[in-house]
Ligand binder design. Structure first.
Ligand SMILES: [Zn+2]
Ligand SMILES: [Zn+2]
Length: 159
């Protein structure tokens, strides 16, 4: 359990079980490998992603250190695939499988293996060049883009 204050002032914590703050993300390659090897579900990577419910900033933590910050750039009713990044690059996207902590909690009590997990409700891509993150949500049918904010935080910032 941890607490962290967002740049906007919102105080975040992941003490509620389940919560809407914490997001579980893994690269699609690792997800597919886990599926093909039929491993247990809860093998998420060390990196922790938190999302502020007020301003929607995303924070990446390694351990308790903030390593990356992203700010919401645009919400649109665009297509669910990104062909060209806003920076101009094409086909250089890293794809992620993403669940909120709340979604995971609702699923894992009845699921023993990763290949029993339903398809996540969103598709997430990251441009390998400018590091923009694009997240398409199948429930709202909205595409959100986020920009990477360099040096948004002091190195010593901890949650
Ligand atoms: Zn915030
Ligand atoms: Zn880009």
């Amino acid at each position: 359990m941890a607490k962290f204050q967002c740049i906007c002032g919102e105080r975040l914590w992941n003490g509620l079980v389940p919560n809407d703050i914490q997001i579980h993300a893994t690269e699609i390659e690792l997800w597919n490998k886990a599926m093909s090897e039929n491993v247990a579900v809860l093998d998420w990577p060390e990196e922790d992603v938190w999302r502020c419910p007020q301003c929607f900033r995303l924070y990446l933590f390694k351990g308790i250190k903030v390593t990356e910050v992203y700010e919401l750039e645009e919400v649109s009713k665009a297509a669910n695939r990104i062909e060209t990044c806003k920076c101009g690059n094409k086909d250089i996207f890293q794809e992620y499988v993403v669940y909120t902590d709340k979604e995971i909690d609702g699923l894992t009590s009845d699921v023993d293996y990763i290949n029993e997990m339903p398809q996540p409700r969103r598709v997430v891509h990251r441009c390998k060049d400018c590091l923009r993150v694009y997240s398409f949500n199948y429930d709202s049918m909205e595409m959100k883009s986020y920009v990477y904010v360099p040096n948004a935080f002091d190195e010593s910032e901890e949650k």
